[in-house]
Design a protein around this ligand. Sequence first.
Ligand code: GRF
Length: 190
Amino acid sequence: KNICILLSGSGTNLQNIAECISNGEIENAEINLVIADRDCFGLERAQNLGLKSVLIKKGKNFTENLVNEIPENIDLIVLAGFLSILNKEFFTQISIPIINIHPSLLPKFGGKGMWGNHVHEAVITENATESGATVHYVTEEVDAGNIILQKSVQISEGETAETLAEKIHKIEYEIFPQAINLILKKLQNT
Ligand code: GRF
């Protein structure tokens, strides 16, 4: 099955997914294209991994350019730290499954403005005892699609947004490949 990955940041999840494909943890999959919406290290990582990549900067005709760039043969779109919000126009033209990973236990600490360390800061400010990561389907409403997999982490004494981000990244590297496998298997059976 063919995967297209969209990102805006460092791309450690991209790197992990690529490694899981190489070592067989993700079966029968290939990353056909990486799309970034800004200059970011993820783009460089894609190039270092020998993956085809393109930069589509935000701005005029962004959705149209994005849709045009996604090849016909793609089976699954994976948002791996992608910060642009996909709009109605996008969803009317793209009907394959789209999944995202979010660094909290959705529906808690999700929605517009809840990205990166903003999420972890909000979790700590609220004195939550746990947080985690969620892989979910992407719909027009931000962070509100059906949940595929979720894993929690405990918040320690003196936890900071940075230490929490690091902890959550580690569980992202477990559940994102697992979720991709689940979906690809489901797609194979249809
Ligand atoms: C992850 O924490 C993910 O939950 C969020 O963006 C971050 C991407 O990290 N959506 P990276 O670029 O894969 O390191």
